[in-house]
Design a protein around this ligand. Structure first.
Ligand code: SF4
Ligand code: SF4
Length: 348
């Protein structure tokens, strides 16, 4: 059993307790084989395009899911802080007064109220992920720690990975790298694969898009590469770059990242993945009462991804390590193009 939502603030999570926002089973995108990905809550960056906005705060948060709400009003009657109001749009949360006690979520008959963020004891989490051992064994998979930034809960992360290695499970850590160098000591010795983000190579643009510069991130990545060259863990390193319109999706950025990898990580990167922007997270922003500047941003066209992948292959890295993934905008159907041409001709 995991602990109740509010028995310990996230910042106090030490060796035996972590705050997670999701455990995703049967994942095939966070390392080799079939994996169980454990998402730690709390992040050191705040990327403008973040696809998991519920991951940024380290603390549990209340979500109201409009599509599930039947308008019964129960939540408002049980809230001890009088933090819920019925409005024409549904239920409004007064977040300044909500203590995330969870009473409304417990009583909501349709699971329209949810607390995102659960505290887990180490032994309970290890037990939970080991339920999937048969999948790991049959597929060459394992467990990935992601987030948010798992390195912010370094003591727990270290203990979790050690327990998994004792059980002979393949381990991966998906990290943004934005933390002091000592954090690497906590998890690298017990990590088989590191998935490391390089989002933007220009320090000022990195600060603009994520709230922080990239000097520490690149220093930590250099350290990982040097450890690999010396034969220390991890055994494998993947780089991931989110390809975001009006931000990281420029030829200069992709070429610059490739040149950096070629200069500083020679021979240690098994895969460099360009991850296409996706807009499936719009509802998550609504549930947190947050605006999202990418709300009406369409997916990138397929040929943009292919062009950027081509830039990556010509940047100085081994071209075989370059891949891209994620959804893209479909090219217009021929009939749509004909219609557009005929409309343009009529207008002219
Ligand atoms: S989580 Fe608790 S304080 Fe917050 S709205 Fe629900 S009942 Fe009220
Ligand atoms: S208790 Fe649940 S279903 Fe009822 S009004 Fe509140 S959120 Fe909606």
């Amino acid at each position: 059993m995991h602990a109740t939502e509010n028995d310990l603030p996230a910042d106090d999570a030490k060796d035996s307790l972590a705050t997670l926002f999701e455990i995703q089973r049967l994942s095939t995108e966070d390392g080799p084989g079939i994996r169980t990905t454990v998402f730690f809550k709390g992040c050191s960056l705040a990327c403008a395009w973040c696809h998991n906005p519920e991951s940024i705060s380290a603390r549990p948060q209340l979500h109201w899911i409009a599509s599930r709400c039947i308008g019964c009003g129960t939540c408002g009657t049980v809230c001890p802080e009088d933090a819920l109001k019925r409005t024409a749009e549904g239920v409004a949360i007064d977040r300044a007064h909500c203590t995330t006690c969870g009473a409304c979520a417990a009583e909501c008959p349709s699971t329209a109220m949810e607390i995102i963020g659960t505290h887990w004891h180490l032994d309970a989490l290890v037990h939970e992920v080991l339920k999937d051992q048969a999948y790991f064994a049959s597929s060459g998979g394992g467990v990935t720690a992601g987030g948010g930034e798992p390195g912010l809960q370094a003591s727990f992360l270290s203990a979790f990975l050690q327990a998994l290695k004792q059980a002979n499970i393949h381990t991966a850590v998906d990290t943004c790298g934005c933390y002091p160098a000592q954090t690497l000591d906590a998890f690298l010795p017990f990590t088989d694969l590191v998935l490391y983000d390089i989002k933007e190579i220009d320090p000022e643009r990195h600060r603009t898009f994520t709230g922080r510069g990239n000097a520490q991130i690149l220093d930590n990545l250099r350290t990982i590469g040097a450890r690999m060259v010396s034969g220390a863990a991890p055994q494998e390193l993947w780089i991931r770059t989110p390809v975001i319109p009006q931000a990281t999706a420029t030829e200069a950025n992709i070429a610059g990242i490739g040149q950096w990898i070629a200069a500083h990580l020679k021979g240690t990167v098994a895969r460099w993945e360009l991850c296409a922007f996706n807009n499936l997270c719009r509802d998550k922003y609504l549930r947190l009462d947050r605006d999202w500047s990418y709300n009406s941003q369409p997916l990138l066209p397929l040929d943009t991804l292919e062009q950027l992948a081509d830039v990556a292959r010509r940047s100085g890295v081994d071209p075989a390590i370059v891949h891209w993934s994620g959804p893209t905008r479909k090219p217009p159907a021929p009939s749509d193009e004909k219609q557009e041409r005929s409309t343009a001709a009529t207008t002219a």
